[in-house]
Design a binder for this molecule. Structure first.
Ligand SMILES: [Zn+2]
Length: 241
């Protein structure tokens, strides 16, 4: 026989990119535990997996697979869920690295207060088709968060980003002919990228860099040395760690 069950409140939100309306509940104690274990491991992959698992558990709407949602929708939903579970204000720490007159670093710890319910995406429409000449081009897939972060960081190092771009191509077309990326090897895709002109290649890279993101910029003044800092928060892990 099961013991008594306690009804939990439910909430709804509309995901900004896929426009899916989600019904969800808060984290329960068991999910808090899952996140805590992942956080203690310090491994970004463990943390990402735990977050995905918790998000999936909390979705009440049927037939929604977190893995198949655009990354930015997952991130947006995570903030909504955290806001409903733990309150909408979270604190983030920032260390002042200003060099003082005596040559030492200030090191003062500043606290930022972030309202999760105010976070929003930079844009909500994405055109996945990238024409490369009159009749040919590629159609992209929304990259995973981890891929996107690496591309934003190493945008100029082509050896690092070729394989990452290859992962984000859904299919290529030449006139009426379509070839899906899943039907060729990663080497075939990299060879394709290597034969593009610099301008064509950067059309693809820029498309990835300009994908919508959830960002918030704060101006904060250090109460120790008086330096004004502009702090940019973006990405799930910034808030989580
Ligand atoms: Zn300072």
């Amino acid at each position: 026989m099961t013991f008594i069950t306690i009804d939990q409140p439910t909430y709804t939100t509309t995901l900004p990119i896929s426009k899916i309306k989600l019904k969800f509940r808060c984290f329960l104690a068991k999910e808090d535990k899952l996140l805590l274990i992942a956080k203690e491991s310090g491994d970004p992959d463990d943390i990402n997996n735990a977050i995905k698992q918790v998000l999936q558990n909390c979705i009440i709407t049927k037939n929604i697979d977190v893995e198949s949602l655009p990354t930015i929708d997952v991130e947006y939903f995570y903030y909504q869920l955290s806001a409903r579970t733990k309150g909408d204000l979270v604190e983030s720490k920032y260390i002042c690295q200003h060099t003082l007159e005596n040559g030492e670093e200030c090191g003062n710890i500043l606290t930022l207060s972030v309202d999760l319910l105010e976070l929003n995406v930079t844009k909500t429409e994405i055109d996945y088709n990238i024409p490369l000449n009159i009749s040919s081009g590629v159609v992209m897939k929304y990259p995973e968060l981890k891929v996107l972060n690496i591309i934003r960081k190493f945008g100029d190092d082509l050896s690092v980003i070729y394989p990452l771009i290859a992962k984000c191509i859904d299919y290529g077309y030449m006139g009426d002919k379509i070839i899906y990326a899943k039907d060729v090897t990663e080497e075939d895709l990299i060879t394709f990228l290597e034969t593009l002109s610099r301008e064509q290649l950067y059309k693809i890279i820029d498309w990835m860099i300009e994908l919508p993101s959830i960002k918030k910029t704060f101006d904060i003044i250090c109460d120790n040395c008086g330096t004004k800092h502009t702090v940019k928060l973006d990405g799930l892990l910034d808030f989580f760690t």
